[in-house]
Design a protein around this ligand. Structure first.
Ligand code: FAD
Length: 458
């Protein structure tokens, strides 16, 4: 518990209405979208950068660990306290500071949601290209913190590819500006890149300059079913090998597709083992030709049907189906661990089919969805929280899937981050020298270790 003196100091900085110490409400902020939980000491809603500077100085003086938090949709325990930390929720800081069409950038505060930014940019004819499936609630600050990817990653890349500058409050309260927000723009190292994906462990981001991407003139969307997951994975590899760069190439296995189909009817055929959702964008004249080339590849890989979204409403329905997979899985088991491995694209069929064998070996249910165009697979390990035996088997299967990804030349996280969940896997992928180097950077930027303590580096 915080002392009365510190609570009063917090009230003075942000106002009493922006400080939560009620134990029942604190519990709500002890969780994120991962299965982890732990109760924080206090939750604070700063409204501006000056307040954050004062809060960080207080935390540093009192050795109080703090966690910057956006919407709390982290899937890896990224905002769950490890040391009963103080949580700074940044959702009240959501101003759009500038939209500059001519130079192609916007400057926003971190609490704006990705979905809000997309709606704001639409009338200007632009978008912010990274679009995690959580876009309607996840914040731009959280997207930068986790270096979020999304369904358009195969063509447009991830958050780090669309960042132009940051304003950051450092752990000692110093305010720094990077990229185009810095007066020395052009001569610095890639400091913006250092903070992107740092999971709140290096500094608290208070302003973000993002690149504007023109909205495409035309979009084409295909839904296709396969009787073999391996064939679907092979079709993905073949599409990319043909030199086609779709906006999106999403794969769903039978378990996931069935759960989603019960929620939104996709016309799933009973023999379906996998579905692919494919989208291309570009000039109106080129879309039909590209879709026809893709259809040829799908048929060559034995797809059982291909349907085209004929209207924006049909397209939206397909995407709602894809984005609702996490919720739909709740129909099978109330909890899951969603992993986030990446393998080279040509190893995708092997990764997916061997994961199915691992599920059989441990007698567990694993649903699989993948941003297949990036080789980014999300095996979803389903379990009943009260069935300890099942959870133990899930954890063993999870370890084996992660090992497999590393053995196939892949990595332990494509977009969700490390948080608490993947701490134990860091030494499986990185050498002691690599880990020591990461530790040195952390110690240099945050010598007291107060920012998001106990995360990322084991
Ligand atoms: C249903 C669902 C679907 C998802 N789909 C995707 C997907 O397609 N792609 C993907 O990449 N992720 C996905 N995620 C994971 C998650 O939504 C993303 O990581 C997202 O970027 C987190 O945003 P947030 O606002 O919730 O941040 P939080 O979860 O609150 O924080 C995420 C990380 O960023 C840090 N952080 C937050 N704000 C700041 C700040 N201002 N300064 C410094 N650090 C900060 C936090 O400390 C934490 O480490 C999904 C999650 C769910 C629940």
């Amino acid at each position: 518990m915080l002392s009365k003196k510190i609570v009063e100091e917090l009230w003075e900085i942000v106002g009493k209405e922006n400080v939560i110490t009620d134990p029942i409400v604190l519990e709500v902020y002890g969780i994120d979208a991962s299965p982890y939980s732990s109760i924080p000491k206090a939750v604070i809603f700063p409204e501006n950068t000056e307040q954050i500077i004062k809060l960080v100085k207080l935390a540093s003086r009192e050795d109080l660990p703090i966690i910057p938090r956006g919407a709390g949709t982290s899937l890896c325990g990224g905002v769950v306290p490890v040391k009963s930390d103080i949580i700074l929720v940044l959702t009240k800081m959501k101003e759009v500071i500038e939209i500059n069409k001519k130079d192609g950038y916007a400057v926003v505060e971190p609490g704006l949601t990705n979905g809000e930014l997309q709606e704001i940019l639409k009338p200007y004819g632009f978008m912010f290209a990274p679009d995690p499936s959580s876009f309607s609630v996840s914040t731009i600050g959280g997207n930068v913190g986790a270096n979020a990817g999304g369904i358009k990653g195969v063509k447009y890349g991830v958050t780090s590819n669309h960042l132009l500058g940051l304003e950051v409050v450092m752990p000692d309260g110093e305010l720094i500006k990077t990229g185009i927000l810095s007066p020395n723009y052009g001569v610095e190292h890639d400091i913006t890149g250092l903070f992107c994906g740092s999971e709140g462990t290096f500094g608290i981001i208070t302003k973000i300059a993002v690149k504007l991407t023109p909205l495409p003139q035309s979009i084409g969307t295909l839904l296709t079913f396969f009787t073999s997951l391996h064939d679907a994975g092979q079709a993905v590899s073949d599409i990319i090998a043909e030199g086609i760069i779709p906006t999106t190439l999403e794969i769903m296995d039978k378990i996931t597709a069935k759960a989603v189909n019960e929620y939104i009817n996709l016309g799933l055929r009973p023999e379906t083992e996998a579905l692919l959702l494919i989208e291309v964008d570009g000039l109106e004249a080129e879309i039909p030709g590209t879709l026809a080339r893709i259809e040829r590849i799908l048929h060559k890989n034995n797809c059982i049907s291909v349907s085209k979204a004929q209207t924006p409403e049909e397209r939206e329905l397909l995407w709602r189906a894809r984005r609702s997979n996490a919720g739909a899985m709740g129909r099978i088991r109330p909890l899951n661990i969603t992993q986030d491995i990446v393998v080279p694209r040509d190893k995708l069929p092997e990764m997916i089919s061997t994961t199915q064998e691992i599920a059989k070996k441990f007698n567990v249910l694993i649903g699989q969805v993948a941003h297949a165009g990036d080789g980014n697979v999300h095996p979803i390990f389903l379990y009943y929280p009260w069935d300890h035996d099942e959870l133990e088997r899930v954890e063993k299967a999870c370890d084996e899937v992660i090992k497999l990804a590393i053995d196939l030349g892949g990595t332990i996280s494509g977009e969700h981050g490390i948080g608490i969940e993947k701490l134990k896997y860091m030494s499986w992928e990185f050498s002691p020298e690599d880990l020591n180097f990461m530790k040195q950077i952390k110690e240099c930027l945050d010598p007291k270790g107060i920012l998001n303590a106990g995360k990322v580096i084991p």
